[in-house]
Structure formats: C-alpha cells, structure tokens
Design a protein around this ligand. Structure first.
Ligand SMILES: [Zn+2]
Length: 469
C-alpha cells in the first residue's frame, strides 16, 4: 500500500510548478475571475445562482436552495433579492449614478424605490469615500430594509442642488437562499472542508479570488479520483448566513470535518496570512504555518479571533471545527477593501497561481502525514552501501541526505512526518521524499494507523520574513 502516493498528481502539477506553468494557471484563474466579475451577486438571488452555474461548468457542484423563512440556529433565511436596474437621473434625464455601469452603485439588498426628490433628501441615502474620491464604496443593508446608492466622492460633489429621479428596480420577496456544494469522496469518510463566500458583487480580491482558487483546487482534487485519503467538501456560500445555513442543515457532515480552510483575498500582492483555528494547535494550523514558512515570500500567522470570514461560524464553540483562514491581505486592512478599487487589476494571475499552489501544498501535508518506524535503529544504517549517501551538493550536506538522517533518527513510531519537518527545518515535501525512499529500501515501516492527528502545545505565532529557499 503506497499511502504516500496520495495527491501525487496535484503535487506534480502544482507542487513542482515552474514559472511557465504558474503563469498559465494564473492566467486561467484570472480569466475565470473576469468572467464572474460583472455579475451582481448578493446573499440571495440570481447573481449567486448564475455564479454557481458557471462554477458548475468546471466542477461537480450541487446547487441547493433553502426557502426564505427557514430557521437556522438563531437566524432566519432571508428574503430573496433580485435587481434589474438602478439609477439617479438629473433633470436633463442623464444618469448621474448608473447600476448598468457598475453594480456597486446600488446599496446591495436595497428595497425598490421610484421617486423624484430633492438632493437634500437623497443625501441620507448616499455613500462615498472622501479619502479616495475616485472609488465607489461597496455597502450592504441585509438585515435592515433600506435603499441607497454608492458613488465616488467626485460624483457626489459634482451634483447640483435640485430634484433627481431615483429608481431602484429591485425585488425583495420570499424565495430562497442558494449555495453550492461539491463533495469529492476519498478513501476515508473523514472530511476536509474548503469554504469560500460567493455573495459579493464586482469585487475581485474579496470574493472572486477565493471562488476561483477553490474551483481550481476542487478540479485538481477531482482529477485525483480514489487516490485521495480524505473526502473533500467545497462550499460556495453567501457569507455568514450561508455558513450558518449549511451548518444548521448538515450537523452529521460537520461532525466528519477533521480539517478545513476558508479561502479569501488570495489574488493581491500582499504576503500570505493564515489565521489559526479557534483551537490554535490543530493539524491544519501546523500544516499551514509549516508550508508558509517555506515559501520564498514572507508570511504571517495570525491568532484566532472571533471576527473575520466564515471561520467564525465553523469555529463557534458548538462546532469548534479545525478550520483556519488563508488569505493574502487581511479583511478591512487594505484601502481597496470593499471598494471599486478591488477590481480585476488589483488581483494578479501569478498571485492567484501561487495561492493555489500554497493550498495544494497544505493539503499535501494533511494527506501524507504519517508515522514510520526505523527498522535499523541501532546506530545509523550504512546509507552509502544502499546508494543513499551520494550528493551533488559539494561539501555541505545535501538536503536530501539530511532529510534521510532526520527521518531515520526521529522515526521511532511516535513522530509524524510533520513533526520531523518542523524539527529539522526542512520542507515537508523533502521529508516525505526521504521517507518514501527509505521505505523502498526496507529501512522504514509504516506505523499502521488511519492518520496522525495528535495535537501539540500551541506555538507562538511566527512572522516569517526570511525566505528559506
Ligand atoms: Zn467582504
């Protein structure tokens, strides 16, 4: 049984990505983001349905509808919102704010209105960002019925006093909440959850980057077929209410989730940030920290906090799932956040591809973390005799040989490969290759257990600023 071959296909596709392949993968991710960008999404309605149907063309996605009014824990599935048009017209009939040009112009979830009123009356319903006068803010009013428009500050100051025609051709009525679920069965019924929100309109980093990377990841894993150890569940859901709705309807499936990642803000230039699960010392936390510490770019590990994305729900005390959040820029910490400047130019193909590779590398750790026993533990076995001590690395000991020595030394049946990778400072992939080779040469045996998931004491959050290679 060659357990360490699981996930070998994505490892070959993305773990070993050269720049050319990264560029091609990145272009495809960015192309998909561009396809999704114009759609006016919200937490319910046709925008999220249309988005899910486009994802469904790429991966086996089940689209689920949950009726408005359904109780989900302390919440209620809201009414369905749809919109055809919205504008503010001046007295000459010219649209001074036009939903058709940019869907951010309408306060998301606005109730319908069609009236003519003086600017003084409209002002209370207008939102701008004076500090960035060219940008249009993204605002919502999900749980309070209201209407409004978002403008660039320059647009607002150019408005003359007088009467304007205000029209929001929307509907807010009983319907359903829509989410997408992609389940990929593995050898084990234990699950890994990948979750991203799909409810933001034309916003690229905070929304589309997570959607496109998650879709590509699901496609890669689907190609692995039965090679996967874990079963994988991908959720494409409206933020907050979507996660709450899924958890309320899927208590049994939630109990099978062993590890998980919320994916968001993965396309901008910022270094990676990984926010730990509520437990803080879960295997996903260690795997993510390890993988990020070996990237050529800087990264930062953040402690858990009860604010953020849907890890808030997965890590609520009743569930306390081992789910962290992988992002580049952290929500609300970059000026473009929730503005029209979070557009297709703000996300870069290569950054998206690197994010996809980081996800695959983290999953590779989870899939392949095993425990071995050294079958020749009395002094070092003679590696040279087996052709395992040759090096092309000059005088210094090559990583490959070093990894073999670490694996032999620490494989006493108690240490996992991740333990060895952490202690040796070598990448998990190098340790995995060494273990594979040593086992092929009869020096190691696999400790028979389903998986290695012991917890270790929480470590202090690290700030990795020194590239390892
Ligand atoms: Zn957001």
């Amino acid at each position: 049984m060659r357990l360490i071959l699981t996930l070998s296909r994505p490892m070959k596709l993305f773990g070993q990505l050269d720049r050319t392949n990264s560029a091609a993968a990145g272009r495809e991710l960015h192309r998909f983001a561009a396809e999704l960008y114009p759609i006016c999404r919200s937490i319910t309605g046709d925008g999220i349905r249309q988005t899910l149907r486009l994802i469904q063309q790429r991966i086996p996605l089940q689209i689920i509808e949950v009726p408005s009014g359904t109780s989900v824990f302390d919440w209620t599935v809201p009414k369905e919102w749809n919109i055809k048009d919205a504008y503010i017209k001046d007295s000459s009939g010219q649209r001074v704010a036009d939903f058709q040009k940019c869907n951010l112009h309408v306060l998301n979830y606005s109730v319908p209105i069609h009236a003519t009123m003086p600017l003084s009356e409209i002002r209370a319903h207008l939102f701008t960002i004076p500090a960035h006068p060219d940008w249009i803010p993204y605002r919502t009013s999900y749980y309070k019925e209201d209407w409004g428009f978002c403008l660039s500050h320059n647009q607002l100051v150019a408005l003359l006093d007088g009467a304007y025609e205000v029209c929001i051709d929307s509907s807010l009525a009983d319907g359903s909440l829509t989410y997408g679920e992609c389940f990929l069965p593995g050898q084990s019924s234990d699950e890994i959850l990948i979750s991203c929100h799909a409810c933001h309109p034309s916003l690229a980093n905070d929304n589309l980057s997570g959607l496109t990377v998650a879709t590509a990841l699901a496609k890669l894993l689907a190609e692995c077929g039965s090679n996967l150890h874990y079963s994988y569940r991908f959720l494409f859901i409206p933020g907050t209410i979507g996660a709450i709705t899924w958890l309320a309807r899927n208590r049994e499936a939630a109990a099978r989730i062993r590890h998980g990642l919320v994916l968001t803000c993965l396309g901008d230039k910022a270094p990676f940030h990984y926010k730990k699960s509520r437990k803080g010392n879960a295997l996903i936390d260690r795997a993510a920290a390890h993988v990020l510490s070996h990237l050529s770019e800087a990264s930062e590990i953040l402690e858990f906090s009860p604010y953020g994305y849907d890890e808030r729900q997965y890590c609520s005390p009743g569930f306390n799932l081992e789910v962290g959040c992988l992002m580049r820029s952290v929500w609300d910490s970059f000026p473009e956040y929730h503005t029209s400047a979070d557009n297709l130019n703000f996300i870069e193909p290569l950054r998206l591809a690197e994010s996809l590779r980081a996800c695959v590398t983290i999953l590779d750790v989870l899939e392949n973390n095993r425990r071995y026993r050294n079958l020749s533990p009395f002094c070092e076995p003679q590696l040279g005799r087996r052709g395992l001590y040759h090096s092309t690395g000059g005088d210094s000991i090559a990583n490959e040989i070093n990894a073999r020595l670490w694996v032999l030394n620490l494989s006493d049946g108690t240490n996992s490969l991740l333990d060895i990778a952490e202690r040796s400072g070598l990448p998990f992939s190098t340790i995995l290759e060494a273990a594979d080779l040593l086992r092929e040469n009869g020096l190691l045996e696999l400790v028979p257990e389903a998986n290695v998931e012991e917890e270790v004491p929480a470590k202090v959050a690290h700030k990795n600023s020194v590239p390892n290679f």
